[in-house]
Design a protein around this ligand. Structure first.
Ligand SMILES: [Zn+2]
Length: 265
């Protein structure tokens, strides 16, 4: 079967309903001729210069990313700024772009479900379900670890299952025993209070700020910040698997060379 840009964007919308995206977001097909044929697609967390170069090198016609390329309205497209340079690089190389962002965070099998699965959580429900939807889609997840463990052990588990060198721990007592776990991948402190109200004993997320950490610690919270990249990088692999299932003749290449911009030294 010959795939088109539109077909791939539609498959992504079937998985991660664009209406589930947060109001500030920009998801779906962002660049491309809808009827253009696609035989090779690259999946990536971010449409970085590296991801674009990889797509060009592999002869791809499309990039499916988690983070959208265009957040603000562009008034100019010039190579003097980063967005302009990337847009020119994409368009000059006939690369379409589709993004599934907060709608993918909400989706079954999306960023948050992948994280819950990596931790082995059971009885998983969203922190904030999609209104009027009882499929289990929604923002964040709450579930139970297979066994109770200390906060410190949980931090080690996170490093192991997400394959990351370090996490940041916010805890008044790292030897406290926890089991009911909530998480929100990426920048996820917005759902922390709801998770705690729902009885979560520990919270896993990324991008915790100093003031959020200071306030949470004062209320006795246990939080593990595994980084924005660390909690979301696995989505590129998951999108690739999903697209491959839609059409086995499609060449689907997850961009695995992406790196966390933060290095721990
Ligand atoms: Zn993110």
């Amino acid at each position: 079967m010959e795939c088109t840009v539109r077909m791939i964007a539609d498959w992504m919308a079937e998985w991660a309903d664009p209406s589930w995206a947060e109001s500030y977001d920009n998801v779906g097909l962002l660049i491309g001729h809808e009827d253009a044929a696609v035989d090779t697609v690259v999946t990536a967390l971010d449409v970085t210069e590296g991801a674009i170069a990889y797509a060009v090198r592999e002869g791809a016609q499309m990039i499916v990313s988690h983070h959208p390329l265009l957040f603000r309205g562009a008034k100019t497209i010039v190579d003097g700024d980063r967005d302009g340079a990337r847009l020119l690089m994409l368009i000059e190389n006939h690369l379409a772009v589709c993004a599934a962002h907060t709608n993918m965070d909400a989706a079954l099998g999306g960023t948050n479900d992948i994280a819950a699965e990596k931790l082995g959580l059971t009885d998983v429900i969203p922190i904030e379900p999609v209104p009027g939807d009882d499929s289990g889609a929604g923002m964040g997840r709450i579930g139970r670890l297979p066994a109770a463990m200390t906060v410190r052990q949980f931090a080690e588990l996170v490093k192991e299952v997400f394959d990351i060198p370090s996490v940041r721990m916010i805890s008044p007592d790292p030897d406290a025993v926890i089991q009911k776990t909530a998480l929100c991948t990426g920048k996820g402190m917005g759902f922390y209070k709801a998770a705690r109200m729902a009885g979560a004993e520990i919270y896993l997320t990324g991008d915790v700020t100093y003031h959020e950490a200071e306030e949470a610690l004062a209320t006795g919270a246990h939080i593990i910040d595994a980084g924005h990249f660390g909690t979301e990088f696995p989505i590129a692999e998951a999108i690739a698997q999903y697209l491959q299932q839609q059409d086995e003749t499609l060449t689907v290449l997850p961009y695995r060379e992406a790196r966390d911009p933060f290095t721990v030294v």
